[in-house]
Design a binder for this molecule. Structure first.
Ligand SMILES: [Zn+2]
Ligand SMILES: [Zn+2]
Length: 242
């Protein structure tokens, strides 16, 4: 099979995966269920952790440690997903739907809380993480500071989706202020992910992108000439706005 045929095969597999995504209700149910479970677990974790007093300095430290970790790990998942071209497995439709985030004009303007809820549905891995956090904190298996870091990390992973979404859709005053503080991605910084290839995968504020870019250079072949071309013949409505 030459390169052209291989690309055509991937495009066909992509379109078939999206067709399954559109026709088989379970995929949209998964998105909604993941949103509901993630947000519920985040609220429950806040309830669990709030009696654990660690004092203001450690509270601030926990928050920023979680910020860095969330920026890095969500970027790492993004890096892995952008390179994933397995559309034929049962998870294939979710992979294909994920790639449509590079077709940015599909984003629709929504209330920011709704964005938080909707975009959290793409984070299947977060369900496992949050369940583990519940288990560790409930059994007091981790010290209070680590408990707070774990809870912040779980919430900031969803906030990362809002930060990314904002780059494409909204310039509200609060978002602009968060960018000014360095807490949210700027359009200029994140724009490089879409203009260039294999760079700036971070989704929260981009602070760990230098490290992510090093990892990407070493382990990923990028998306411009690979997965971005797989949806070239896709003509469906897309899902980036879910
Ligand atoms: Zn991407
Ligand atoms: Zn983007």
């Amino acid at each position: 099979m030459d390169q052209e045929q291989a690309l055509e095969l991937k495009q066909r597999e992509f379109n078939e995966a999206m067709e399954r995504y559109e026709k088989v209700p379970v995929y949209k149910v998964i998105y909604k269920a993941v949103s509901v479970v993630n947000v519920s677990l985040q609220i429950y974790l806040l309830y669990l952790v709030h009696p654990l007093s660690i004092g203001l300095p450690l509270q601030i430290f926990s928050f920023f440690a979680a910020y860095l970790a969330a920026d890095f790990l969500n970027g790492l998942v993004h890096l892995f997903m952008d390179g994933n071209d397995d559309y034929t497995s049962p998870a294939g439709p979710l992979v294909a739907a994920f790639h449509l985030h590079h077709r940015t004009p599909l984003y629709k303007k929504n209330n920011i809380l709704l964005v938080y809820f909707n975009e959290t549905g793409a984070k299947n891995w977060l369900v496992g993480y949050l369940l583990l956090a519940v288990l560790l904190i409930r059994t007091a298996a981790v010290p209070p500071v680590l408990s707070w870091i774990m809870v912040y990390f779980g919430i900031l992973s969803s906030v990362a989706e809002v930060s990314h979404y904002s780059c494409h859709v909204t310039d509200s005053r609060i978002v602009q202020y968060l960018r000014y503080l360095g807490l949210f991605l700027t359009k200029k910084h994140h724009g490089q992910h879409h203009i260039s290839d294999n760079v700036n995968y971070a989704f929260l504020n981009g602070f760990t992108d230098p490290l992510l870019n090093m990892i990407a250079r070493r382990f990923s072949r990028g998306y411009k000439n690979r997965t971005d071309r797989h949806y070239a013949t896709y003509t469906g409505a897309g899902t980036a706005n879910r």
